[in-house]
Design a protein. Structure first.
Length: 379
């Protein structure tokens, strides 16, 4: 085998394999040490390797060496030794899998860490434990991740709400208005058999008719229990992106056993998230009752309930209120998740009961929710 291939096997198999593979280069030795610092504390991993006859049962001591690597040193090392995607995975595992809390409680560590969605969620879960100095450093992570999410979703909002296509041609050449069918028909005479392609000499484009938006109301109800943290993040971002739309009055309401109307901060998702209190019980019925009280024109209102449907309050009252909302013409959308994965775990029985009385039940990405709202508003 070539040296690089042997080193890869050495990294996989551990120090006992060096008799067969040889040692590691300085760079790969650094990678091995960085991985060992993190994953060496995994007792289950060690047991699995013993059963497989692996070499790491005793070598992964998880910090028992005389020279203890600090989290700051480790962060500096992984940023130097690994590509960005690997660094993000290592940081996520450090926080979520091994609960290395100084990643979120040491200002010096926070200053080095790369902001990403996993860190944002970890900050939201632990911010109540942070002193003011640490909280100020953590806010940087929230701001950078939220800014990226808002920029991405804002594009989806502009696309969904810029108007609907009609049959009239347009002189404005915009990619999203490209008319493929008409273009092919107009350019068939330029077909090149030897290349099996049509030469496009005269591209065709649709025009768009911007429809007048009548006043609608959107109420986002967000379950702030700990399992819903990703949905809480994306709800705040989605509400901020929709808030400025003409013809749409947007409310953002967070709930556990209490209901907190956060509409006054809806245009500042960072401030919204810094005020969210994750955890506690869940009274969905109480939150839906509050939303029902906000509805001004039932037939021009959408209530979006974002929850895992594990009700700690009265299921009977919840079903009754949802039924009333649907009967009066309000669009009720129950989302078991609002995030990029849209892969929820939820109480399917209660969700099915709400669906029987007219609620739409789904799991969506933020862009899909934007499309849903745009369709209901008639754009």
């Amino acid at each position: 085998m070539m040296g690089a291939e042997l080193e890869r096997w050495r990294l996989i198999l551990g120090p006992a394999a060096e008799r067969s593979t040889g040692g590691l280069s300085d760079e790969n030795a650094g990678r091995d040490a960085a991985l060992d610092w993190l994953y060496g504390r995994d007792e289950d991993l060690g047991k699995r390797e013993v059963r497989r006859g692996g070499a790491r049962s005793d070598s992964r001591s998880g910090g028992d060496d005389p020279s203890i690597v600090t989290t700051v040193d480790w962060l500096d090392g992984i940023h130097r030794l690994f590509p960005k995607e690997t660094v993000e995975r290592l940081e996520r595992d450090a926080i979520e899998r091994y609960e290395i809390h100084d990643v979120l409680t040491d200002p010096e560590v926070l200053a080095r860490v790369e902001p990403n969605p996993a860190l944002l969620k970890a900050v939201l879960r632990t911010k109540h434990l942070m002193n003011p100095q640490v909280l100020a450093a953590a806010r940087r992570i929230v701001e950078e991740v939220v800014r990226a999410l808002v920029e991405k979703l804002s594009v989806e909002v502009r696309t969904a709400f810029t108007g609907s296509r009609n049959r009239k041609p347009s002189r404005h050449r915009r990619a999203r208005d490209f008319d493929l069918k008409t273009t092919l028909h107009a350019n068939l005479k330029h077909y090149r058999p030897e290349e099996r392609r049509v030469a496009i000499e005269k591209p065709r484009f649709h025009s768009r008719t911007a429809k007048r938006l009548e006043q609608w109301q959107l109420v986002l109800l967000v379950d702030q229990s700990g399992s819903m943290v990703s949905s809480v993040v994306h709800s705040a971002v989605t509400a901020a992106c929709l808030y400025a739309l003409p013809g749409l009055k947007t409310h953002l309401v967070a709930f556990d056993t209490d209901v907190v109307d956060m509409t006054s901060e809806v245009d500042d998702p960072v401030e919204t998230l810094m005020k969210v209190q994750l955890g506690g019980g869940t009274d969905i019925a109480r939150a839906v009752d509050y939303a029902a009280g906000l509805v001004e024109n039932p037939r021009r209102s959408i209530v979006v309930l974002i929850t895992d449907f594990y009700e700690g309050g009265s299921e009977t009252r919840l079903v009754h209120t949802v039924k009333q909302l649907c009967q009066q013409g309000t669009q009720v959308l129950g989302l078991a998740a609002l995030d990029e994965e849209a892969n929820p775990s939820y109480d399917r029985a209660l969700a099915a009961r709400l669906a029987e009385h007219g609620a739409h039940i789904s799991a969506m990405t933020p862009s899909h929710l934007v499309e849903f709202v745009a369709e209901r508003l008639g754009t």
